[in-house]
Design a protein. Structure first.
Length: 252
């Protein structure tokens, strides 16, 4: 099982306070990694850190804005102080659905700020640290099935996730010779604090389930398991890949 273990490694997780980011942080800690938790809301991070500590793991909290270079630098600094930073998971993200015809530009900018800019800043900072130290590592971006398809009312979200997929592939090619793997996990709809208001609409929920060949939503745990796979040595020859945890949504 050593190929699945993250013992002795430090993982930095952005967006770690809620939803998929929270699930990923808990799963990486279960695999043996010490985890640095980054998000804006300190109380959310404290809850995750307590759960990790209660299970015998190690976690540090960094309440910072991942869309800023200063916030990312603070997170990377905390991870390096904790030990051997080898893993990054970029789970910070948001969505504001709405028709493209009158979509507010402030929403467009907000989505690109958090979904794309924050992802690149974290990848850039952790990639630079790994390259400087000359050590291998694994970067896992959190994309979406919407990075492969379109969907009504989600022009901005689809655009940002297509961008994340493209960024992931480009960085994977650029850093492959240095043994830095860059992959993405692309979930279907998962019930999280961000999606819960959307899925509370019975008509929308029914439409989503109808489009899913499996007939059910994915779970946070299933997404986190995919992230763990890409973070550990079991996926040692996997890079530039978008692993879709989408219940078959993009298959038809």
């Amino acid at each position: 099982m050593s190929a699945w273990s993250l013992d002795g490694r430090v993982a930095l997780v952005t967006g770690a306070g809620r939803g998929i980011g929270r699930g990923c942080a808990l799963e990486l800690a279960r695999a043996g990694a010490a985890v640095v938790l980054v998000a804006r809301t300190e109380s959310d991070l404290d809850s995750v850190a307590t759960e990790i500590a209660d299970a015998g793991g190690d976690a540090r909290v960094v309440a910072a804005d991942a869309t800023t270079a200063a916030g990312v630098t603070e997170g990377v600094g905390a991870a390096k102080a904790l030990g051997d930073l080898r893993i990054l998971v970029t789970a910070a993200g948001t969505n504001h659905p709405g028709p493209a015809r009158d979509y507010p530009m402030q929403w467009w900018d907000a989505l690109f700020e958090l979904n794309v800019r924050a992802t690149f800043l974290a990848c850039q900072a952790v990639g630079d640290d790994l390259l400087t130290r000359g050590v291998p590592g694994s970067i896992v971006t959190v994309s979406s099935q919407m990075g492969a398809v379109g969907y009504p009312g989600r022009a901005a979200y689809c655009a940002t996730k297509h961008a994340v997929d493209g960024l992931t592939r480009a960085l994977a090619v650029e850093w492959a010779r240095e043994q830095i793997r860059v992959n993405a996990v692309a979930p279907t709809f998962v019930e999280t604090p961000m999606t819960r208001p959307m899925l509370a609409d019975p008509a929308f929920r029914a439409e989503v389930l109808e489009r899913l060949p499996t007939g059910r939503l994915a779970t946070v745990e299933e997404v986190a398991h995919a992230v763990r796979y890409l973070a550990c040595d079991a996926s040692g020859s996997v890079t530039g890949h978008v692993l879709r945890v989408d219940g078959g949504w993009t298959t038809w």
